[in-house]
Design a protein around this ligand. Sequence first.
Ligand SMILES: Cc1ncc(COP(=O)(O)O)c(C=O)c1O
Length: 373
Amino acid sequence: MFNHIPVNEPVLSEDSKIFVNKALDSGWISSSGNYVKELEEKFASYIGMKYGIAVCNGTAALHVALLSLGVGPGDEVIVPAFTMGATWLAVLYTGAKPVFVDCEPDTFNIDVKQIENKITKRTKVIIPVHIYGHAAEMSEIMKIAGRHKTMVLEDAAEACGGEYKGKKCGSFGEINAFSFYANKIVTTGEGGMMVTNNEVLATKARMFRDLHHSAAKRFIHDGIGFNYRMTNLQGALGCGEIAHIDEYLLKKQYMASLYDILLKDVPGIRLPKTKSYVKNVYWMYGILLDEEKFGMSKNRLREELSNKGIETRDFFYSPNNQPVLKKYLKNNDKFVNTENIERNGLYIPSGLALTDKQMISVASAIKSLYVAK
Ligand SMILES: Cc1ncc(COP(=O)(O)O)c(C=O)c1O
């Protein structure tokens, strides 16, 4: 039988089924009902923030967070060159300009040494992204933001439960965004969440996610809002899932250590690096290939693995390869590290449903493809 190993297969707890059934039985299937609020409270408290504002996906969370910070046309927002497109698309939705900063080669996160070169009078927000579950250099980023009076919005979509120097990802910026997409550590199928300690920002975010009804009177709109509401069914699923986060994080860390052991001696494969003061949640297990040493290109490796039923993904593509970004880039904009990891990076099956046997198959397949010289 063809043994397919997907890049991500989610695991849903039995609790989640109970919660979702209760929501169904209650008849409250829209965004009305108690579970959205319950998830907002549970999630905010898990991250250590006062307010949680749930939305229909992580991209919407970024968009609403930017709007709540007052970002709009004429503003610039610093984003990493190496990230999922949703980070900069959300900036474009607001009419502001994304300004890209290359990544550091070790963790693939925004290179803090290059941020200040890109800050101008128009810079309003810095968006660090905790790539593949490894926290960005938050102490440095917060210092830079303080020096230049810019705000910080963490894109913590990939790092739910991750920590930087003992503090949770998503608890540093003014308002921070998470995704609950099916491949995320806490999932609601589709879904997202903002967290903040600032009541004014929380109120604004609630208005932007729900058509901006005026505070005084519903159906009178005093701003341009969106229908980005989360449903009660999603909220119920999230309540079931968040209860299991510690288990999921342990499994992710166990998986990474098993892959580390299985792949450590394969020539030409660079494994994920974790800084000593970071709790990495290994959202995805990303590897870099040295074509020369491994004896095969990344594309060929991906193809060969696919022939064996093993799904992999390319790393994110650089801004220079995004047609929609052409007008926001200067001809001489170069993102050397991003372009390098884009060329050589791939991630291997990393979902919570992965078994030891499957991980062993993935590692053996990679080893068997190494071409000894
Ligand atoms: C870094 C990052 N930001 C934002 C998002 C967008 O989240 P969503 O797919 O829930 O809209 C993702 C999703 O994978 C992501 O990885």
